[in-house]
Design a protein around this ligand. Sequence first.
Ligand code: ADP
Ligand code: MG
Length: 727
Amino acid sequence: MSSTRKQAYQDVLHRKPLHIEPMSRISSIFGENVFHLEVMREYLPEEAYKSIKESVATGSRVERRIADQVATAMKDWAISKGATHYTHWFQPLTGSTAEKHDAFFKPIGPGKAIEQFSGDLLVQQEPDASSFPNGGIRNTFEARGYTAWDPSSPAFVISNTLCIPTIFIAYTGEALDYKMPLLKALAAVDQSAVEVCQYFDKNVTKVSATLGWEQEYFLVDKAFYNARPDLMMTGRVLFGHAPAKGQQLDDHYFGSIPERVTAFMRDFERESIRLGIPVTTRHNEVAPNQFECAPMFEECNLANDHNLLLMDLMEKIARKHDFRVLLHEKPFAGLNGSGKHNNWSLATDTGVNLLAPGKNPKSNLQFLTFFVNTIKAIHDNADLLRAAIASASNDHRLGGHEAPPAIISAFIGSQLTQVLNDLESNIKAGKMTPQDKTELKLNIGKIPQILLDNTDRNRTSPFAFTGNKFEFRAVGSLANCAQAMTVLNTIMAKQLQLFKVAVDARIAKGNSKDEAILKELQQLISDSKNIRFEGNGYGEEWVKEAKKRGLSNLKDTPSALKVWKKKESIQLFEEQGVLTERELLARQEIEFEKYILRVQIEARLIGDMTQNHIIPAVINYQNQLVQNVIGLREVLGKDAAGATKVQEQLLKDLSVHLDKMQTFSREMLEKRKAANKVENIEKRAEAYRDTVKVYFDEIAYHANKLEILVDDELWPFPKLREMLFTK
Ligand code: ADP
Ligand code: MG
């Protein structure tokens, strides 16, 4: 083994799990590091408390006077939790979260200082934003942006710092982050859904989108991680022969979790609980060293903040346990990738889940209304949903044999398929008789509250109905869910508006309310049938069938991103007040840029690793073989022919793969240079996809052949079997 690899292996063999006490009485520590409403009640005067509570519930503006009081309370509370600094915590378009820390502490004269934090500092801050991506927005206007407090997501204390969730905007008002459009999309869907709810219940005044994410991830030991430049720089291995044993035996799923991993999980779960993230389930995933964490669902914006916080926590706490967490969608070719299923629904302030079948015909008609409208929204906007989950890293996963396909479709299960088919064929075109109506109501009333096929739900669908929510499974493990949730809630807002207009028009023509709703649903069911697919989403058959149906199959990020620029997309986002044309175009540009950069970094690394590590190892081995052949010839003379056969064949095989690997690497370098010269960013992304990225598999193929041929002692990188199976 090469010395780095040997050292890594030794390090890992000697690791001991950290001792982490199991959590007792979760309730006593839940949310203890969060400045939530209960704490505010304690720290704030009555009037200020009421006012802030109102703002949180309705999204109304917080008056400056109140903000000052909240700031003081927040500071006192945070200091009592050991905080010395505060930061606005925001979600720039890079994908991770950003912070800029300032001290509460302020010197006020020689030897004197006070702790201070005012409403001004709470409400708005100006981080040095010039290094965050902005897709040209700040360059053309003002080079400054600011962060602004989001009172709907509570502040929290982590590592002696008070973190205040904020949005991030340019001085010209454009969003430079993921949170601001999400908040706007949530407001849009709230408004449209409340209006539709009025058909069923006049008491509904607010509808919130709910999100329950399931985060998949891999763990590798930090020693292996540090010995793999590809993992360090790109989050995935660019080379590596598949281990003899992969996940064929399916013995990892729900298997027992290794002690070191349990200690890590306990540790980060405890921290999550303290930060008010309601984590509940944990289990092994299908691939070795792959795991999942899922909390209870929450209001969408809060849930998303919690996901970002959790990803951050995982990375920090993994280090403490000598692990590195891999959030990349496909860290190891040939093994399952990681996703982040987004369970989504809509909930009213009267306590109703609008996507759960109810107890009677009336509540079921409401359920069907939201259910069918969701399917229609997906049908009409599949490409937008696809674009929302597009990234260079997710491209490795989507369309793979064990990941949702790049074709967007919706699975609803056999029972609901039957219900929709019945509705579609049984509602008469003309006026319905009272008897028709009774019969329909009876049928609708028969939808069971608990749907049977939840148990054998279709895991191959990118968008599946799972009993009382939809599960958007194509979201990447590394992604900020806000992108997917912004699109989903925006298209739903739009669809519900269209529905309301259509139903009102039917009522105006003399239909009763129920009849109008039913007839409109019938229309939507029939118009959106194409998007429903109950079969195997991973099969080749589906690709053909989808094509026949005219569904898009946008296989990669550059293809998917095109949709942002379409007239209809711009119109939709502007009309819903979620993103302006400028913001959309800026976002598109940033996504193209990110794609190019990621492919570029990987291409560079492939060059470095082959040149600096693999080629020298191969030459070393060739030298050994050559020495051996020369020696044998010296000793055996003309009888050596038989004795050197294996060595000579090996030398030839090594040369073949070495030559191919090097030739492709050189070619790729030239293509990269050419691609960099392409002016237009969209075309440049395509050039990277079509002329650079296409070499990755070729080069890896030969590198992996070399890995098998070269003496294990000489191979420079930890092998996959070591990284994945060393206990
Ligand atoms: P799995 O998909 O792994 O089999 P579940 O079906 O139990 O697991 O999915 C659970 C996820 O769905 C959890 O994260 C949970 O919080 C979320 N979830 C449940 N109900 C809702 C809802 N109404 N809205 C959003 N998410 C929900
Ligand atoms: Mg799931």
